[in-house]
Design a protein around this ligand. Sequence first.
Ligand code: HEC
Length: 235
Amino acid sequence: MQALNSGSHCWIGRGLLAVCALIPSAVYPHDPITTKLTWTQEISRVVYKRCAGCHRPGGSAFSLLTYEEARPWAKAIRDQVRGRTMPPWGAVKGIGEFTNDRSLSEPEIDMLVTWVEGGAPEGEAAFLPPAPAAERPAPRRKFAWEIAVSSAWKPAAAQKLEAIRLKSLRPGSSLEAWVVRGNGDIERLLWIQQLHPLDQREFVFRSPVTVRPGDVVRVTGPVTFAYGTQITYAR
Ligand code: HEC
């Protein structure tokens, strides 16, 4: 019988009939392929775009650039992206929109999970896109002014808040930030649930949040808000 790889368990039953139960095998070439998604067509493109900035030779984490490197991590990749631990980001989706959001979209997560559960096939080499060039370090943003807030802030003049930065929030801790408008409306700005050590600590609002006298900005831990003209320069 062909199924006698290291992942199969067989019992000899009545007569000479071997009864084999295939248990999930570490010998992945034997995983059945049940998906049309392949590394060379779809998956490498997501990984190059969302993971390779860190997961590359010389990067901050082990390389995931090639199929040979990524395939042994398939199950871990599925778990990490499904749990939104990777890519490290930190803000709960749906609260606030940020220009530096590097998390995966739902369709990207579905794609990676489906690929892994479908046996993580490689596909044809001809479809493989060129490997991404090493990323230049992200430009450092500098704002004209910052205000530190640790519980509540009542702005004395109208301000456009451009970004929120976590100050001394410990991994595992959570934080919320919101504005109570003069009319009682609540606008949630940021929700961090159990900060992971690799998570982002600066969140740049996609559209600046305008606060006015009469509003109260509330946070459950120390942050700074950046406002005023944003100056960006390359390192
Ligand atoms: C900002 C940098 C960064 C990005 C972007 C990133 N990672 Fe990671 N990742 C890390 C670091 C750092 C580690 C820990 C590395 C180590 O232990 O060597 C890690 C660990 C992992 C692990 C191992 C986790 C474990 O302990 O089992 C997996 C799997 C993983 N990343 C997958 C991904 C995938 C898939 C993506 C893209 C969708 C991604 N990562 C994006 C930095 C990043």
